[in-house]
Design a protein around this ligand. Structure first.
Ligand code: UDP
Length: 245
């Protein structure tokens, strides 16, 4: 089995852990995600996981309800810590060794984020789950994912979404929407119909030549397909031609 990427930063949105609930963590959904991760771990991938918090709390939503934005963002970061512990539990249940590191220090439940220690965990075969994004407000875990992918020398950011790739328009609203097989960063940033990832996070990847693979995590086996180079999802980079699947 050939692997297209060896060291992977996997960005998992909080909603991936929600399953059919309207809020919070479904242990069944967490185990499904964990099994997909184990599948690529067993292939020999090194995995850094940045987990979101949208299934519990998003800063923007808190602000709409009258909470100070920065405070609401810190609440959102705390939500990602809960998800990190939930995902750690699920991963260890399926036999994957993990460490949680948090950008907000919380020594009773997680190691602090220490770059060199995270690299050491990867070398020792542990999956590193990064909680609390960047540790600062006014950004989201997408920015945390881009930053961490760069500093931990990952080969790719794999952004798991509800949609199976990047489309020319919203495929939920338009039945004639077409999926891109590959697309240049610039073509995403120029097109306001495409919202895959925060534009600041996307721009950081573009400027530093960090490719992004957008794919759907909800179908079993998809992560393995994305890692081994099957034609699923959309590969975003600087050096590719923009073309439909
Ligand atoms: N957040 C933040 N700084 C970060 C990462 C996250 O302030 O570096 C806050 C922000 O309020 C965000 C929330 O944490 O809305 C949860 O993260 P996110 O929305 O990225 O979760 P996802 O959509 O991936 O589930």
């Amino acid at each position: 089995m050939t692997m297209r990427f060896k060291r992977i930063l996997l960005k998992v949105g909080g909603e991936s852990l929600m399953g059919d609930r309207e809020y919070g963590i479904s242990p069944v959904a967490a185990l499904d995600v964990a099994r997909q991760i184990k599948d690529v771990y067993d292939l020999g991938s090194q995995l850094v996981i940045v987990i979101g918090g949208g299934n519990i709390f998003r800063g923007v939503a808190g602000e709409k309800n009258g909470i100070d934005r920065a405070t609401a963002d810190y609440m959102g970061m705390l939500a990602t810590v809960m998800n990190a512990l939930g995902l750690q539990d699920a991963l260890e249940k399926v036999g994957v060794p993990t460490r949680v590191q948090s950008a907000l220090t919380m020594p009773a439940v997680a190691e602090p984020f220490i770059r060199r220690k995270a690299l050491r965990h990867l070398e020792k075969g542990r999956v590193v789950i990064l909680a609390a994004g960047t540790g600062v407000p006014y950004v989201t875990t997408d920015t945390g994912a881009s930053l961490h992918a760069l500093e931990l020398h990952c080969d790719v950011v794999m952004k798991a979404t509800k949609v199976d790739g990047v489309y020319d328009k919203d495929p939920v609203k338009h039945t004639d929407a077409k999926r891109y097989k590959t697309i240049k960063f610039m073509d995403i940033l120029k097109n306001e119909n495409i919202a895959v990832m925060d534009s600041s996070a996307m721009a950081m990847c573009m400027e530093n030549n960090m490719p992004v693979m957008v794919f759907e995590l909800f179908k079993a086996g998809n992560l393995r397909k994305a890692v081994t180079g099957s034609d699923i999802g959309t590969y975003v980079a600087n050096e590719v031609e923009t073309q439909f699947a």
